[in-house]
Design a binder for this molecule. Structure first.
Ligand code: FAD
Length: 329
């Protein structure tokens, strides 16, 4: 009998997050003949998004829709997940390696008595099983792992697996899963406070312009924001910059911050400490701008510019603006 892969679709501001389409992409790579793919969507008033998922070339969409699910709460979401797991009975559950996935996946794995592999950046068919690749030691090495028994749970790092396209006339069966919030909730979400300006979601951005202690002040970050605006990029930061109060901790990239894998990462005034590299070294192209030619960031950079960021970044901004306006970009 075929296996059932269940992907957990994340939403933000009434839209599917790109990682939702990437986890389905991962399930498509994993599924063989006779296997089925289902997507779970949890939230409030998510019917249009469930229809979008139904157009992803999958078999089923399981929907838990309730006002209490409007914001992520580990207790309500786990309760909704258990109802979905009972209905779908998956052999594998795929999450994004996001704040939600990192929190919910281990609970689901424990509930299913399943193994879990986290922070996967690639997957391949291997005989009658699957091989999952994940980075180790801040991306200095990779390991390949496989499960010896099911069911299993996997979290995928954003921006690594191919996202599926959605088509308007979805064929997947959409099932409403009855959900009642647990009576004895220990926590409730009172309010969601947005700190980052969040024009572009940092963890899903294709381009990140990141600043370190070399940016020297909160006003200095305006220089980076201008470059980010031109490139439609997200702004990130080192912990050095966050600790110095130049920007909010929600921008921190690294071991104790966010992990990003953009196509282009532009590091400005960042020395390249191992804890920072842990969050960005898997970026496809890394550009480093630093006054110090010996800065360790140059060891991981594809392109290095030795110079003062306050001279280099405005020049880059102007050149990108011109090139993109001419359609050369
Ligand atoms: P610095 O190391 O001070 O580097 C500033 C750089 O700017 C220098 O290389 C300098 O040459 C350059 N510079 C100065 N002026 C200019 C200019 N005008 N133009 C161009 N370049 C200039 N760090 C993280 O980033 N993320 C984490 O998640 C993280 N987690 C940590 C967890 C633990 C347990 C610990 C112990 C540390 C962690 N750190 C983390 C901190 C990390 O070790 C470094 O201290 C931090 O990354 C340094 O930030 P920085 O590169 O901005 O600052």
């Amino acid at each position: 009998m075929g296996k059932t892969f269940l992907t957990v679709a994340e939403t933000r501001d009434g839209k599917l997050r790109r990682i939702a389409l990437e986890t389905i992409g991962a399930a498509k790579l994993a599924a063989g003949d006779g296997d089925r793919i289902a997507a779970a969507i949890i939230g409030h008033q998510v019917a249009p998004l469930a229809r979008e998922l139904a157009g992803c070339g999958i078999d089923r969409v399981a929907v838990a829709d309730h006002p209490e699910l409007a914001s992520y709460n580990p207790e309500t979401y786990f309760s909704a997940m258990t109802a979905i797991l009972d209905a779908v009975r998956p052999d594998a559950v795929f999450f994004g390696h996001t704040a939600l996935g990192r929190d919910l996946a281990p609970k689901v794995a424990a509930h299913l008595n399943a193994g879990q592999i986290s922070d996967v950046v690639a997957l391949e068919q291997d005989g009658d099983g699957l091989l999952f690749t994940r980075p180790l030691y801040a991306g200095k090495a990779f390991e390949k792992r496989r499960f010896t028994a099911g069911p299993f749970v996997v979290t995928f790092r954003p921006n690594n697996l191919p996202a599926v396209e959605t088509a308007p006339d979805g064929q997947a069966e959409v099932t409403q899963i009855p959900f009642a919030p647990p009576a004895d909730l220990r926590t409730v979400v009172k309010e969601v406070v947005r700190k980052a300006s969040g024009k572009v979601d940092l963890t899903e951005a294709r381009i990140v312009v990141s600043g370190g202690r070399g940016v020297k002040s909160a006003e200095g970050f305006a220089v980076l924001e201008r470059l980010a605006d031109v490139l439609n990029a997200a702004v990130g930061a080192s912990r050095g910059a966050c600790d110095a109060g130049y920007c909010d901790y929600s921008l921190q990239i690294g071991q104790t911050g966010k992990v990003v894998t953009p196509d282009l990462y532009i590091a400005c005034g960042i020395s390249g400490a191992i804890q920072h590299l842990a969050g960005m070294s898997q970026s496809r192209v890394i550009v480093a701008i630093n006054k110090d030619p010996e800065a360790p960031i140059f060891k991981v950079a594809d392109y290095g510019i030795v110079g003062d960021l306050f001279e280099v970044v405005p020049l880059l901004t102007e050149e990108f603006r011109k090139a993109l306006a001419e359609g050369d970009g």
